[in-house]
Design a protein around this ligand. Structure first.
Ligand code: SAH
Ligand code: SF4
Ligand code: F3S
Length: 481
C-alpha cells in the first residue's frame, strides 16, 4: 500500500481540507504514516496568513531535500494557501517539489500524483488571481469539494467541520485570505443540510460551521433568501446533532435574528468568536475593517444582553502600520472592558500583495510589537482566569472529546513500552462546555463522546478542572404481594 504523510498548518479550513484530501487518497489505496522517511507521498497543507507560517514550510521542505535525493520516487507536494500565494516561487526555492496545488484544486491531487509518478514532471494547479478574470470565472476557479468525508481522519468521529462558505470579500488591508481563497461564495443550504444529515447518520454529534465571515452567509435571491440564522434553524432539526458551533463571525453581521437563534436554540453553542482586531478607530480605518470601536462595543453589549452566559472571543493585531502607544492603549481598554473568554493576539506581519503592503509602511519595530503582544496577552490571561474562577462550585455539561494532553502522552509512552492501553480504568479526560470552555477531569474511556455533568473545583486561565457528578438513580420501592 502506498503511504501518505500529511502535515497541516493554518485555520480550521485547512484542517477540513486535509480531511478531504486524505479521504480522496484513501480511496486510491493510500494509508497514513507519521514518518516522512517511509512516505511515498509527502504533502504540506499550508497557510499564508503570516510570514512565519510560510517560512516554517520552507524549512520543513529543506529537511526533505536529502530524502528526495536518495529516493527520487518520493512525491513532495505543497498544497493550500501558500501554494496559491507563491505558485512557481515554491519550485524556485525548493526545486525538488513535485506538486503545487491551490485550495481550489485539491480534488485534482490523486490525478496529479499519478501524473508525476508516470514521468509527467512538476505539476502546478492554482486558481485565477483576483484580477485575472470575471468574478464568475474567478469564483469557479476556487471550487472546493466537500462531500467526501472520512470520519477516521478527524480527531474524533463525533465532531466535524462543515464548510458553509468559501472565500472572503472583505479585503481587510493586512489580510492575504481574499487573494488565496478567492471570492466569497455561500454553499446552497440543501448541500449543507445533506452533509450534516450524513454526518449525523455516521454518529457525529457536534458540527462546527466554517466560513471566513461565517455570519455573512446568505444564499439565494429576492424572496428566497436563506440567511445564516435560517440555516441554523434548519440544522437544528437534524436528529443526532447535539451541538452546533460556527466560526468566524464578522462584527458588522451580528444581527439580532442571529443572536435570537443562538439564544433560543438549545443545540447552539453559547460561544461566539467575533474578532475586533483593534480598539482604535484610526487603526480600524487603516485596516478597512468597516466598523468603528463604538459599533463593536454596541454589538458586544447587545450580544451579552441577549444571550445570558454567552462566551465571546476575539482576535487582535498589534503593531499594525502606524499603531501608536495611544492606539495600543485603546486596544488594551477594549480588552479590559470586554471580558473576552479568550483573545488570539498576533504581531502584524506584512503580506506582499495586500493593500497594506502596497500602501502602508510596516513601521512598528519588532521589539515593540513583541512587547505589546506580551502586555495584551498578560491582561487577557488575567481576565480569563478571573472569569473562569466564577465556575468554581458549579456543575457544567461537557461533551467529552478524549484523553487530556497529559493522558495522551502517558498512553503513548505505555504503547511504546508495549503495555496495554486499556489497563487503566481511570484516565484523565478533556471536553468542552456549551460555551466552549475546556474542562479536564478523571473518568473512563467509555465516556468519550458522551455529554456528562462535571462539578468544577479549580480553574486557571485556559482550563476548568472538575469531577464527574455521580447520577443517583432513584430507587423505586416495589412491594411484592
Ligand atoms: N476571517 C477571520 C480571520 C482570518 S485570519 C476574520 O475576519 O476574523 C485569522 C486572524 O489572523 C485574523 O483575525 C487576524 O487577527 C490575524 N491576521 C490576519 N492577517 C494578519 C497579518 N497580516 N498579520 C498578523 N495577523 C494577521
Ligand atoms: Fe481576512 Fe478580513 Fe476576510 Fe477575515 S474578514 S478573512 S481578516 S479579509
Ligand atoms: Fe491560513 Fe489559508 Fe486559513 S491563509 S488562516 S490557512 S484560509
Amino acid at each position: 500500500m502506498p503511504k501518505l504523510y500529511i502535515e497541516t498548518v493554518g485555520c480550521q479550513m485547512n484542517v477540513l481540507d486535509s480531511e478531504l484530501v486524505v479521504a480522496a487518497l484513501r480511496n486510491e489505496g493510500y494509508e497514513l504514516t507519521s514518518d516522512t522517511a517511509v512516505a511515498d507521498t509527502v504533502l504540506f497543507n499550508t497557510c499564508s496568513v503570516r510570514e512565519h507560517a510560510e517560512e516554517k514550510i520552507y524549512s520543513a521542505l529543506g529537511r526533505l531535500k536529502n530524502a528526495k535525493q536518495q529516493n527520487p520516487g518520493k512525491v513532495i507536494g505543497v498544497i493550500g494557501c501558500m501554494a496559491q500565494n507563491h505558485q512557481r516561487t515554491v519550485f524556485e526555492r525548493a526545486p525538488y517539489v513535485d506538486l503545487i496545488v491551490g485550495p481550489g484544486q485539491l480534488h485534482q491531487i490523486p490525478e496529479l500524483i499519478r501524473k508525476v509518478q508516470s514521468g509527467g514532471g512538476q505539476q502546478i494547479e492554482v486558481s485565477l488571481g483576483r484580477k485575472e478574470g470575471t468574478r464568475e470565472s474567478i469564483a469557479r476557479s476556487h471550487e472546493s469539494f466537500d462531500p467526501l468525508r472520512d470520519p477516521t481522519m478527524r480527531p474524533t468521529p463525533f465532531q466535524a467541520y462543515v464548510r458553509i462558505q468559501i472565500g472572503c470579500d472583505k479585503f481587510c488591508t493586512y489580510c492575504i485570505v481574499p487573494s488565496v481563497r478567492g471570492p466569497e461564495q455561500s454553499r446552497p443550504p440543501e448541500h449543507i443540510l445533506a452533509e450534516a444529515r450524513q454526518l449525523a447518520g455516521e454518529g457525529c454529534k457536534e458540527i462546527t460551521l466554517l466560513g471566513q465571515t461565517v455570519n455573512s452567509y446568505k444564499f439565494g435571491e429576492g424572496e428566497r433568501i436563506t440567511r445564516f440564522s435560517d440555516l441554523i434553524y434548519s440544522l437544528h432539526e437534524i436528529d443526532g446533532i447535539e451541538r452546533i458551533k460556527f466560526v468566524t463571525n464578522y462584527p458588522k453581521d451580528m444581527t439580532d435574528d442571529l443572536l435570537t437563534a443562538v439564544r433560543d436554540l438549545p443545540k447552539c453553542s453559547k460561544y461566539l468568536h467575533v474578532p475586533a482586531q483593534s480598539g482604535s478607530d484610526a487603526q480600524l480605518r487603516a485596516m478597512r475593517r468597516g466598523y468603528t470601536v463604538g459599533e463593536y462595543r454596541e454589538m458586544l453589549a447587545r450580544t451579552y444582553e441577549q444571550i445570558p452566559g454567552v462566551a465571546v472571543t476575539s482576535d487582535f493585531i498589534v503593531g499594525f502600520s502606524g499603531e501608536t502607544d495611544e492606539d495600543f492603549q485603546l486596544s488594551m481598554d477594549l480588552v479590559r472592558e470586554s471580558r473576552f473568554k479568550n483573545s488570539f493576539i498576533f504581531k502584524y506581519s506584512e503580506r506582499p500583495g495586500t493593500k497594506g503592503a502596497m500602501l502602508l509602511p510596516d513601521d512598528v519595530p519588532d521589539d515593540v510589537k513583541r512587547a505589546r503582544n506580551n502586555e495584551m496577552l498578560a491582561l487577557q490571561n488575567e481576565i480569563s482566569e478571573a472569569d473562569n474562577q466564577l465556575f468554581l462550585g458549579q456543575n457544567v455539561q461537557v461533551l467529552v472529546e478524549g484523553l487530556s494532553k497529559s493522558a495522551e502522552k502517558k498512553a503513548g509512552a505505555q504503547t511504546a513500552a508495549g503495555e496495554s492501553r486499556n489497563r487503566e480504568h481511570v484516565v484523565q479526560l478533556t471536553g468542552r462546555t456549551m460555551c466552549d470552555r475546556i474542562v479536564v477531569f478523571d473518568g473512563n474511556r467509555r465516556q468519550i463522546g458522551e455529554t456528562i455533568d462535571i462539578a468544577i473545583y479549580d480553574a486557571n486561565a485556559h482550563t476548568l478542572f472538575g469531577t464527574v457528578v455521580v447520577q443517583h438513580v432513584g430507587l423505586e420501592l416495589v412491594t411484592l404481594r
